[in-house]
Design a protein around this ligand. Sequence first.
Ligand code: SF4
Length: 326
Amino acid sequence: MSNQKVPLIQAEHVVKHFPVKGGIIPRNVDSVKAVNDVSLEIYPGETFGLVGESGCGKSTLGNILLGLERPTGGKVLYNGTDVYRCGRAARKKLRQEIQVVFQDPYESLNPRMMVGELVAEGLNIRGGMSGEEKHRRVLDMLEQVGLNPEHYNRYPHEFSGGQRQRIGIARALIVEPKFIICDEPVSALDVSVQAQILNLLSGLQKKYHMTYLFIAHGLNVVKYLSDRIGVMYLGQLVEVADSQELFRSPRHPYTQALLRAIPDVDRVDGRLPETLSGDVPSPLALPEGCLFHPRCGQCTEKCKTVRPELRQVGSTLVRCHLCGGS
Ligand code: SF4
């Protein structure tokens, strides 16, 4: 993906700290440092995969890009418009152009509404369309996501997990978005269904030329769809690379550990995949120096005190003292 292109979405030095209250008279006593100075650009038509363990801040960053969670610092630009400092008309446009597909579709679907109503919600908010036109558009969208007209008058509980995710995708797509944040859209699904949903998302992206931010906790899921991948650890990007490059030659020790953790069905020695030792440090008290140093097998004295910057190494951005500069 050429960096000469104009990004569709840009995060510039985004920080998000959640205050922690305490004391008899509640006051801010600490903060959860969920996102710590993240900058990234996502280009039109691209799928950017964002991976990291639970609690690394990837979903918070997704919510910030979505316009749902005002950052503590930094800014988010969508097509050059500041997402958090724009007027009402621009914000309404952004709400249509940026959509989300959630991890748990059941949580996001009102159980008292029929599928047709659920999918039509975005059209109702947008307005300016007759009931007949809306009905036709919803039926068409159900077909696009692999559902059929009989599903229009059914309730969410009548569907399997995979079908409910299809409803979630239809709800997002009905307003013709340009940018979709897929927040772990297959992690709650059976493995046999995951590939179907990934195929569906991939096909729809090509058909409608959409841009995706695809959030997942495992590299094996993002590999399937992503043009580029960003690896997050404790609220920071530690590596950003083209998908193929990242799998061919991962540079950051954390990326290497995530790759070793991928189950390999062809493994003949019967050994389980390697897992990372130690727990992720608390985002309440970030370690000194490199945030990964308490778990890194290659840690040096410098790593314990000096926080590495994200640097260009070849075509990759990497945050590690041991990775040479370009
Ligand atoms: Fe490991 Fe040091 Fe690199 Fe951090 S900077 S990832 S501790 S080698």
